[in-house]
Write a protein that binds this ligand. Structure first.
Ligand code: ARG
Length: 588
């Protein structure tokens, strides 16, 4: 099914053709002067150059050829705009098509293509902190949008499980419990099934060891050495590492679940490790990987570079592999296991150079071909008041749980007067709090920094998550009061265009923009485009609701059409909200 702007464009293109001009000038867009018209075509201005004619003359000729009846008004405005208003009947018939379509008129384009979205980036043994929030929220939303677009969309958490943090824990644990069998090289039996620590222990051990290693060089060297032994396969250290994974992953799953963020794959950096030696051999054989000051590097500079582009380091002089080696190997592994058409990374934008180096290494080395597109979507920073990074009072990074709690508490404060029973209210506050965070985040362009403003994000009015949920809850309750059930025939209700008011028409128009909005969001991997659509729809609904007494409407034809309208707002906006990873409560 065509989008509304597409089907209007078809009509204007035909008029250009019939008037003797190239039809490509007939492209129509949503008007940027809603006070004058709903849609506009600026093609005559462009055609003027090609046909050496006054644009207004072309516009007039074209306007005269436009099919009668479909539009409520067709006006030509100087210097050559064609301004259009659609007839109520045409708009309602488009809406009918939306109802009949499973995706409300959206044409998916990703079928048969696999996309992997790498957006977790959590590290085992370390709690999620505020820096993990944006990739999780944005990545989950992109996955949902692309999946709606027909892609086989796979989210991968890509856990950091292979770095110095594990060596630090091994070292610190040894200092505290030197008698554990993992440290006894002569031990050949089975190691205990139970981990010698809980998640709470780990959360204390890691920060302690990390801080301490900065004051004690020998300790830090020991941790590095332990990391190397682990990577080389030390039996006892591998066993500790496995305990860390088990304990940590269980906890991370719980935390991501609470965020309504779900991964299809729980792959780890270490999973790619096995491929590194063969990749290195291959890159050496191709003459791409070379020794430079003892390290093995790939030169990834290109002639057109305007910024500095250091080589990609694959192996340090002591033989250790690095973050880049792992990411190169992960791309290789993904190609091998999934052969995806597209890999998208949602990672802090400060890692942009790293991904430039990694992507170039993979392309130069032929580890990936043109059939796999690589995209780095670097997210901006979420800052606290005054635009400063979020920190605890001691200057540490803020744990995600605390941030979430602060916003849920604020929502609870705002809902203090409601008479909903305490249990249910708590669940609602959790949902609304999360919506406040997610919507506050996603309504900003992913690449931009923004300020996390608790007061603004939790407000029940304005462009906020709670406002959107409140609107949806209001519609649900209206439909309930109206006694509408599944058997209600929306198509039939749209048969009459009796008494369509201005606010009603605006709402139908807003909703008809759904397929275009989702198309843009998917093509530009930009969830904020969905937010813009949601806000416009919610706003149009609230004006309509303010202007019309729905429940007491006596004319059955009008009332039924309004019911259909409510159902379309609910269906479309709920779908959008779902693409943002936001859940809607039944009441609030
Ligand atoms: N674990 C990393 C970090 O904390 C982020 C991982 C992002 N994904 C990737 N493929 N490198 O910075």
């Amino acid at each position: 099914m065509l989008t509304l702007t597409q089907s209007i464009s078809e009509k204007i293109k035909k008029a250009f053709r019939d008037a003797g001009y190239d039809e490509s000038f007939g492209q129509v867009t949503i008007s940027n002067r809603p006070d004058l018209c709903e849609f506009q075509c600026n093609g005559a201005l462009m055609a003027a150059k090609q046909y050496h004619k006054a644009p207004i003359a072309i516009a007039n000729e074209v306007a005269a050829k436009i099919e009668d009846g479909y539009f409520a008004s067709i006006e030509v405005a100087a210097p050559g705009f064609i301004n259009l208003k659609i007839a109520d009947q045409s708009l309602l018939s488009y809406a009918k098509g939306m109802f009949e379509d499973e995706k409300f008129g959206f044409e998916p384009q990703g079928a048969g293509r696999k996309v992997i979205i790498d957006y977790g980036g959590a590290n085992v043994a370390k709690p999620l902190h505020v820096g993990h929030l944006r990739p999780a929220i944005i990545g989950e939303s992109i996955k949902r949008i692309l999946s709606f677009d027909g892609y086989d969309a796979i989210g991968d958490v890509h856990l950091g499980d292979w770095g110095l943090q594990i060596g630090l824990i091994i070292t610190e644990l040894k200092r505290r419990q030197p008698d554990l069998p993992y440290y006894d090289d002569s031990f050949t039996g089975d190691y205990p099934k139970e981990a010698p620590f809980t998640i709470a222990d780990l959360e204390e051990i890691y920060p302690y060891a990390s801080k301490y290693s900065k004051t004690d060089d020998a300790y830090r060297e020991e941790a590095k050495h332990a990391t190397k032994l682990l990577q080389d396969g030390h039996r006892g250290y591998r066993a500790i590492w496995q305990h860390i994974l088990d304990v940590s992953i269980e906890d991370l799953k719980k935390n991501y679940d609470n965020l309504n963020v779900h991964f299809e794959l729980w792959k780890k950096e270490s999973d790619a490790n096995a491929y590194i030696p063969e990749i290195i051999e291959d890159l050496k054989a191709k003459g791409l990987a070379k020794i430079d000051e003892g390290a093995l590097v790939v030169d990834v500079k290109e002639e057109t570079d305007t910024k500095e582009m250091p080589p990609c380091i694959l192996q340090k002089s002591d033989g250790a592999f690095l973050y880049a080696s792992t990411d190169v190997a992960t791309i290789y592994e993904r190609k091998k296991l999934f052969d995806p058409a597209w890999i998208i990374y949602v990672v802090d934008k400060r890692q942009g150079l790293h991904f430039d180096q990694v992507f170039r290494t993979c392309k130069k080395g032929g580890l990936i071909t043109d059939s796999t597109k690589l995209t780095f979507l670097g997210n901006g920073t979420m800052n606290g008041e005054g635009g400063k990074p979020f920190k605890t009072r001691d200057g540490d990074v803020l744990r995600l749980e605390f941030l979430i709690k602060s916003i849920v508490d604020k929502v609870a404060e705002r809902m203090a007067d409601s008479d909903i029973p305490a249990d249910e209210k708590k669940k609602i506050c959790d949902m609304v709090g999360l919506a406040a965070i997610k919507y506050g985040d996603l309504s900003n362009q992913a690449t931009k920094d923004y300020i996390f403003d608790i007061d603004r994000f939790t407000a029940f009015e304005g462009n906020t998550g709670p406002y959107i949920l409140y609107t949806l809850v209001r519609i649900k309750s209206l439909l309930q009061k109206l006694g509408v059930d599944e058997s209600f025939d929306c198509g039939e209700a749209l048969g009459s265009q009796k008494g369509v008011s201005e606010s009603e028409k605006k709402l139908w128009l807003a909703l008809s923009g759904f397929p275009d909005a989702v198309r843009k969001a998917a093509d530009e991997i930009a969830p904020h485009k969905i937010c813009t659509f949601i806000y416009e729809a919610a706003d149009a609904f609230n004006s309509f609701y303010h202007d019309n007494r729905i429940i007491s409407q006596e004319d059955a034809q009008i009332k039924n059409r309004w019911i259909a309208l409510l159902k379309l707002v609910l269906g479309v906006v709920e779908k959008c909200v779902d693409m943002l990873g936001i859940k809607v409560p039944d009441r609030m």
